[in-house]
Design a binder for this molecule. Structure first.
Ligand code: BTN
Length: 235
């Protein structure tokens, strides 16, 4: 689509049609009212970046295991970015931001609909900063800003979809432990002492993510687990 308000909103509309099948992709060159996590917006310069949503139907996944969708999507985006950079510079910041040289290069917004204890539909929204030259936020970056190379968006789009499909099929075939260990391997701060903020500042080391997606840190007070919104990273 040349322009649209939010690809996630369009995908959520499409789900209401009875003949919708999984695999539908909504992609736009100019997203005018992108939505982010925590009720934030997602701003993306026109014709510069990837802004898309993929519709999946992971009915094989229990609602309690929905964090595995965050795992596969962040791994797919990370893999696509790392094909154009030094592999070690690309990290996943829990729960599902992708960092390039410690700055956010991609954001992911997953919106699931549930049917009893299973997931019915999942809208996977991805915003990846590719050719944008100037970004308003100091903690944000683009592939161009870090490498000074511009890229053909359709090629990157295709690679991203292939990686996402591969990870999705891996999840569908039950390889959860393998996926989780790959996620931990690329997780920013994993097994490193860093500063974090909850109601107070503390030093902690990420040692795991539980199956519901809670982040587990080792601290002087012992192991503490956090939900999204309960903890902030201090770089
Ligand atoms: C975040 O806050 O980090 C998540 C940002 C997600 C942005 C993407 S862009 C494509 C899709 N459509 C939206 O409205 N949001 C997501």
């Amino acid at each position: 689509m040349p322009s649209c308000h939010s690809t996630n909103d369009i995908a959520l509309q499409i789900l209401k049609k009875p003949d919708t099948r999984e695999g539908v992709v909504i992609i736009t060159d100019d997203q005018t009212a992108g939505r982010g996590q925590r009720g934030n917006g997602w701003v993306s310069a026109p014709q510069s970046n990837l802004t898309l949503s993929v519709v999946l139907k992971p009915t094989f996944l229990q609602a309690a295991d929905q964090f595995f969708l965050n795992i596969i999507v962040s791994l797919a985006v990370r893999k696509m970015i790392s094909a154009y950079t030094e592999e070690s510079d690309v990290k996943v910041k829990w729960p599902n931001d992708v960092l390039l040289n410690q700055k956010k290069v991609a954001g992911i917004l997953i919106e699931n609909t549930l049917q009893r204890s299973s997931i019915q539909w999942s809208v996977i929204g991805m915003g990846v900063n590719i050719n944008q030259q100037n970004l308003d936020l100091s903690k944000a970056t683009s592939l161009f800003k870090e490498t000074r190379d511009t890229h053909e968006l359709p090629i990157l789009f295709e690679q991203l979809i292939v990686f996402l499909e591969n990870y999705y099929l891996k999840l569908k075939s039950g390889k959860k432990e393998e996926l989780k260990s790959e996620y931990l391997q690329h997780l920013f701060g994993f097994q490193q002492f860093r500063k974090y903020r909850t109601e107070y500042l503390f030093d902690g080391k990420i040692i795991d993510v539980d199956h519901t997606g809670r982040l587990i840190l080792e601290t002087v007070k012992g192991e503490i687990s956090f939900d999204f919104k309960e903890i902030e990273f201090i770089y």
